[in-house]
Ligand binder design. Structure first.
Ligand SMILES: Cc1ncc(COP(=O)(O)O)c(C=O)c1O
Length: 383
């Protein structure tokens, strides 16, 4: 099987990085559940010596996602946070990073509670405002770390715009593309240097694996990622690599349904009398709808809405029958959460207020069920 050089997106998702197994012809890359590899003689091996350093299942996944994101190489880690940590290990004491202000809470925790101990400094900026990004850049700024759309208020950053700023200042642009998935946006095409994912979410898509991946284009980044993956050892297991590889085969298909359900639920909620506000990039009422339409190929499965009070939000959540109250996102089943007390509980209340996250907000990760069933569930719970 040879993937044509001009293969399109779904074809790349299904085939990139994989060849039928040389020994048996198995069409699916096997789970190479081994810790070591037998060598023919001293110094003569088949490219695999020890499984922290190389594993064929992981290598297939890394090549697959690198192709999906349009990058040169990918490195898979034990979680999204391990992947982000690997990226920041490129920095040294004294370096400064500009970060999207409502970045994922775990990213904020890593930066604020761990990496500041090693002399790194961070500025949290509303990166939807390019003027604020420009102002935050200092001679010590080595990295711009951006999330778009953000969680849970779905604010967007103009990726080509921040890429231009990063380039002018000689800084590395890293985009956490977890929320959008590469189906909706490919930041490397817009000038980013690295893309990171929690594969736990849309890439795996079935809520049964925790993992992360970094895709890079520049040789210096690729060399470091390969080095740190082996040196620090936070690798993705063969089984998890296999699960995510299975997930990416249906990524394009799944995202179509996530997009459709996201839009259907947003339209329903926007006109519901008990809903004060619905935030979804696909709605014309979203303040950055035009940017979303320009930058994204579809608006995704994530939406947030606000009820009259926290009590109303909690009462509604208690009445749902089909949607599951849970953290995480990007799976085939619809998940619903109360960000202020769940995913963002570790974010101080004043920071939550700054980013517009209220206690009355509810976030939905629309799955791929029939939209009518999801709407009926919401109608019952809101009624
Ligand atoms: C946008 C984003 N980035 C990174 C992470 C961290 O990923 P993981 O939970 O796989 O470590 C998450 C997890 O929710 C996330 O939502």
């Amino acid at each position: 099987m040879k993937l044509p050089a001009d293969a399109r997106f779904s074809t790349i998702c299904i085939h990139a990085g994989q060849q039928p197994d040389a020994a048996t012809g198995a069409i699916i890359t096997p789970i190479y559940q081994t810790s070591t590899y037998v060598q023919d003689e001293v110094g003569k091996h088949k490219g695999y010596e020890y499984a922290r350093t190389q594993n064929p299942t992981r290598a297939a996944l890394e090549a697959n996602i690198a192709a999906i994101e349009g990058g040169k190489a990918g490195y898979a880690f034990a979680s999204g946070m391990a992947a982000i940590n690997a990226i920041t290990s490129m920095l040294k004491a004294g370096d400064h990073v500009v970060v999207t202000d409502n970045t994922y809470g775990g990213t904020f925790r890593l930066f604020d509670k761990v990496l500041t101990k090693f002399g790194l400094t961070f500025s949290y900026v509303d990166t939807s405002r390019l003027d604020l990004v420009e102002t935050a850049m200092t001679p010590r700024t080595q990295m711009l770390f951006v999330e778009t759309p953000t969680n849970p208020v779905l604010r967007l950053t103009d990726l080509a715009g921040v890429a231009a700023i990063a380039k002018t200042h000689g800084a590395t642009l890293v985009v956490d593309n977890t929320f959008a998935s590469p189906v909706l946006q490919r930041p490397l095409e817009l000038g980013a240097d690295m893309v990171v994912h929690s594969t736990t979410k849309y890439l795996n898509g079935h809520s049964d694996s925790v993992g992360g991946i970094v895709v890079a284009v520049k040789d210096e980044h690729i060399e470091w990622l390969k080095f740190i993956q082996n040196a620090a050892g936070a690798i993705l297991s063969p089984f998890d690599s296999w699960l995510v590889l299975r997930g990416t085969k249906t990524l394009a298909l799944r995202m179509r349904q996530h997009n459709e359900n996201g839009m259907r639920l947003a339209e329903y909620l926007e006109t519901h009398p008990k809903v004060m506000r619905t935030i979804y990039p696909g709605l014309k009422s979203h303040p950055q709808h035009d940017l979303a339409a320009r930058q994204m190929r579809g608006f995704g499965g994530m939406l947030t809405f606000e009820l009259a009070s926290e009590a109303a939000a909690r009462a509604m959540l208690a009445k749902l029958r089909l949607m599951s109250l849970a953290e995480s996102l990007g799976g085939v089943e619809t998940l619903i959460s109360h960000p202020a007390s769940m995913t963002h509980a570790s974010v101080p209340a004043e920071r939550r207020a700054e980013i517009g996250l209220t206690d009355a907000m509810v976030r939905i990760s629309a799955g791929v069920e029939d939209a009518e069933d999801l709407i009926a569930d919401l109608a019952h719970a809101l009624g």
